[in-house]
Design a protein around this ligand. Structure first.
Ligand SMILES: Cc1ncc(COP(=O)(O)O)c(C=O)c1O
Length: 363
């Protein structure tokens, strides 16, 4: 149809993990274990839920357009100025706003292969050129040198996801320092730290907020550790001039008033965050111990999920289809360009045990 530009006609939309309702219906199941979308298995932060319930009575009103209370609170927590904080409908919403804000005709985008598919879909939805650089052999790590080598005079945006989804790998402080030395100031570096809270305990992990580069935008989210993915609220930190412009192009009333209320309250829920990290740590240890016993090729992860390389797409399909019959939803990684791999979110004890039991049967 001539009305639709060619790059939109060719766009493969984001394929999310299968929903609980869809699997229940398809397989006639009552109980489902969803380990596919890196959500918080504990549920939402209770403080966020209480605040959203209270905020319900005010939804006849539009939200605060500048989300001032939320931005002030984030600024205080992270030791920056309110002017350095952007918010949006999820960190993916901010990503979309960044592309809308900064890309002009000839500008190009650059990232790694096999990284967060949400960015790929946003990038392919633009007419601008998007270059994806292969990873470092089979380590499943970004090749930051090769990415820096690929910068040309049209490169405007580099997207780096740290820890990376779906591999769970990180680039280290040293690698980041070397990389940034090679990146011109006119190139915007987006660092997606959706899984920051799971990685920050590692000495090697570069918390991008500490660096204060004028051309770096850090993105984080309330969707993972705070457990309010469905509310759609994310945040970012950057130089105030960048933030001012990102906030200009966002939809006037994103995030919603419920999302803002939930996020403000979630920031006080230290107890929930601690519990989520404890559950994650135990679950990760259990799963990876079991993977080791099964001699699986799993990739050490700094995130709330683990990737397993099964060698062939056939094995992945066999495992996935049979797990679905048992009500266990995992994420086969064909859409990410890794058809021989799966990703599993670290779940609750019972969920992890069910996955391991069935995986053992299948292998
Ligand atoms: C790396 C990464 N960035 C962003 C997102 C989306 O986050 P949000 O819910 O804040 O849009 C995800 C979700 O899975 C993700 O894995």
């Amino acid at each position: 149809m001539p009305l639709v530009p060619e790059y939109i006609q060719n766009l493969k939309p984001y394929v999310p993990g299968r929903s609980i309702e869809a699997i229940k219906k398809e397989y006639g199941l009552k109980k489902i274990y969803k380990l596919a979308s890196n959500e918080n298995p504990l549920g939402p932060s209770p403080k966020a839920v209480d605040a959203m319930i209270k905020a319900m009575s005010g939804i006849n009103r539009y939200p605060d357009m500048g989300a001032l209370e939320l931005r002030e609170k984030l600024a205080k927590k992270c030791n920056v100025q309110t002017e350095n904080v952007a918010v949006g409908n999820g960190s993916e919403g901010i990503l979309a706003n960044i592309l809308r804000c900064f890309l002009c005709d000839k500008d190009e985008m650059l990232s790694s292969e096999t990284t967060f598919i949400g960015f790929r879909v946003l990038a392919m939805g633009r007419e601008n050129r998007f270059i994806e650089v292969p990873m470092q052999g089979d380590t499943y790590k970004f090749d930051l040198d090769a990415i820096a080598d690929s910068v040309n005079e049209n490169t405007k945006i580099i997207y780096l996801c740290n820890p990376n989804n779906p591999t769970g790998t990180i680039y280290t402080k040293k690698e980041f320092d070397e990389f940034m030395k090679r990146i011109p100031e006119k190139v915007l570096v987006i660092i997606d730290e959706a899984y920051y809270e799971y990685a920050k305990a590692s000495d090697e992990y570069p918390d991008s907020l500490i660096y204060k580069y004028d051309n770096v935008i850090t993105l984080r989210t309330f969707s993972k550790i705070y457990g309010i993915a469905g509310a759609r609220v994310g945040y970012g930190f950057a130089h105030e001039e960048l933030v001012q412009n990102i906030m200009k192009v966002k939809l006037p009333f994103e995030p919603s008033n419920l999302a803002q209320a939930g996020a403000i309250a979630a920031l006080d829920d230290d107890e929930f965050v601690k519990k989520a990290l404890d559950v994650h740590k135990k679950g990760y240890q259990y799963l990876t111990d079991e993977f080791g016993k099964m001699n699986l090729n799993w990739i050490p992860s700094y995130s709330n999920f683990v990737m397993i390389d099964f060698g062939t797409e056939e094995k992945v399909n066999f495992i996935n289809e049979n797990l679905l019959k048992e009500g266990i939803i995992i994420r086969p990684l064909k859409p990410f360009g890794l058809p021989h791999c799966i990703r599993i979110t670290v779940g609750l004890e019972e969920e992890n045990a069910a996955f391991i039991e069935w995986l053992k049967n299948l292998i």
